[in-house]
Design a protein around this ligand. Structure first.
Ligand SMILES: [Zn+2]
Length: 196
């Protein structure tokens, strides 16, 4: 997969008022997010039995809130996915019309959940859950399990399925902090919406 957390400023830099109102990942939190995606990619490869070469065919990138375009911001989710097609002249080596997914991390929502639940929800396991969840979406979109533009009811069923697979994928990791996050994403108690 084409994975990077972009580090270049793009567009306008948030002004001071916006910074005080909205929380953004700091450099060390961005580094945690990057590690979470690397870990999740390895776990997904193992779970779906996808070779590293086949995994690289799933094109996605990851951006944090400060680098999202306005339409990529979603204040009701921890993360969501946008699908784009390359235009001629974009990204050397990629064919025109080839698609890629952008996983848009909503720093504000993620940090808010950690702050509100500071005694038991930690950033690291939450980021791992989010990364694994979004990668499951990408793999299933590309595998034809669901159309990216499927009707809402179908998307809701897919969301349940993706949560179920994500929990399965992470179940064998023995980490008490991760177990708490898995518990929070169970059907009994949701700490937030996650959808594409
Ligand atoms: Zn989802």
């Amino acid at each position: 997969m084409n994975l990077y957390i972009t580090v270049a400023f793009k567009g306008t830099i948030p002004n001071r008022e916006e910074i005080s109102a909205v929380m953004y990942f700091n450099p060390s939190q961005m580094s945690l997010a990057s590690s979470a995606f690397q870990h999740a990619e390895a776990l997904a490869g193992r779970y779906f039995r996808i070779s590293p070469k086949a995994m690289s065919a799933h094109c996605y990138d990851v951006k944090t809130l400060a680098y999202l375009d306005q339409h990529e911001v979603n204040d009701r989710a921890f993360a969501h996915i946008c699908k784009y097609r390359y235009d001629q002249g974009d990204q050397a080596g990629l064919e025109q019309g080839q698609h890629f997914y952008r996983i848009c991390l909503q720093d504000n929502r993620i940090l808010d959940a950690v702050n509100r639940a500071s005694s038991f929800i930690k950033l690291n396991p939450l980021l791992l859950y989010i990364a694994a969840h979004e990668l499951v979406h990408v793999i299933r979109f590309d595998g034809g399990h669901i159309d990216f533009d499927a009707p809402l009811a179908e998307k809701q069923r897919e969301e349940e399925k993706v949560h179920e697979i994500t929990r399965d994928m992470l179940r064998n990791l023995t980490n008490p902090e991760l177990s708490l996050v898995l518990e929070c994403f169970s059907n009994r108690y949701q700490i937030g919406d996650l959808y594409h």
